[in-house]
Design a protein around this ligand. Structure first.
Ligand code: SD4
Length: 338
């Protein structure tokens, strides 16, 4: 064996020994070694609800070409944001009680950089404004008029987001409903259909880096100015590139109370699988507000550094979309109240 080959072989052996030693001694594995080789080159994107499937397709286009998870999640959630038929996100979203469409969104990357907008009106792609907040300002969050002003100053167009369908439904709702705050008004919608959805998306790229995005028009017919969990880093979304990423959907008040997505990531850090971490977060909601939990839906979705994923919800009905090299499907989540 040449001296150089001997050296390379010895270096590899000693690196492996150090890693094994660290493991035995319970030491944290160095960040540069966190990504197992099997996950590299095998990107993945997951997102909430069946409409996550077309969103994942857009994200996958970025990931498949070797792009960054951050670009993938932004491209992905822009799909439902622009879709007028999706009445829970972006353009066509159901308005608040005053008939105003107010949007919440946030984004987070592998370097723990994050940006967010809340109660933003007139902009079709709040996620891109959130990204601009992250990349162009020293701040994390802009709200209301300030967020709109910032979006317009950065070249985005002011638009009417209230579609005729959402306006007609809101007007029908006004006739039959009292003007008082109710957190979960799911059953009060004409036809009884769900009044909340939201897209939360997390992805890992070929370099093993994680990012996430979350965007919504929030609870339908909410009080003007109400902000949910979706734009709140730690509640609606959290990414820790050493551990994993999580996002949520459902009644934001319940998620904020337990800082849900951060909790899920911390549970994964302690060694729980994504599904188990989501389950424990759901159980925390039940423990903290048992009465409200019975009436509400919350779903968590998580991805870890190994590419394992899972979700869990309070009630039946939550599902999520998965796309990777092998899968392109929608999965029904397990749930608490059987
Ligand atoms: C909110 N979490 O504004 C959002 C709404 C949602 O399924 O996700 N609904 O509270």
């Amino acid at each position: 064996m040449t001296d150089r080959r001997k050296f390379v072989k010895l270096s590899l052996l000693s690196s492996a020994a150090v890693l094994a030693g660290n493991k035995l001694m319970g030491k944290a594995t160095p960040a540069s070694y966190v990504v197992p080789p099997t996950v590299k080159d095998n990107p993945i994107v997951i997102s909430t609800w069946p409409f996550g499937k077309p969103a994942n397709a857009a994200a996958w286009e970025v990931l498949r070409k070797g792009g960054r998870a951050l670009d993938a999640v932004e491209a992905g959630v822009r799909v439902p944001e622009a879709d007028p038929h999706n009445q829970s996100v972006g353009y066509g979203g159901r308005p608040d009680r005053d008939g105003r469409v107010t949007l919440d969104a946030c984004i987070m990357d592998e370097n723990s950089k994050c940006g967010s907008v809340a109660c933003l009106e007139h902009i079709v792609h709040p996620i891109s404004v959130a990204r601009m907040v992250m990349e162009k300002t020293p701040h994390v969050m802009l709200v209301g008029d300030g967020a709109l002003q910032f979006a317009l100053a950065n070249g985005l167009k002011k638009e009417n987001l209230l579609t005729p369908k959402s306006e007609a439904e809101w007007r029908a709702w006004l006739k039959d409903h009292k003007y008082k705050p109710v957190i979960n008004i799911e059953n009060q919608l004409p036809g009884g259909e769900s009044n909340h959805d939201t897209i939360g998306m997390v992805a890992m790229d070929k370099n093993g880096n994680l990012s996430g995005a979350c965007t919504t028009s929030g609870l339908s017919y909410k009080l003007h100015g109400r902000v949910g969990d979706s734009p709140i880093i730690g509640a609606g979304l959290y990414v820790d590139n050493e551990v994993g990423a999580a996002t949520s959907t459902g009644v934001g008040e319940e998620v904020i109370r337990i800082v849900g997505s951060h909790l899920v990531v911390e549970l994964m850090r302690q060694g729980h699988s994504p599904e188990d971490a989501c389950k424990q977060a759901v159980e925390r909601i039940v423990a903290k507000s048992p009465a409200a939990a019975r009436e509400a839906q919350v779903g968590f979705l998580a991805l870890n550094k190994k590419g394992d994923f899972g979700g869990y919800a309070l009630q039946k009905g939550f599902s999520y979309a998965v796309r990777n090299g092998n899968l392109n499907t929608v999965i029904e989540s397990k749930y608490h109240y059987v």
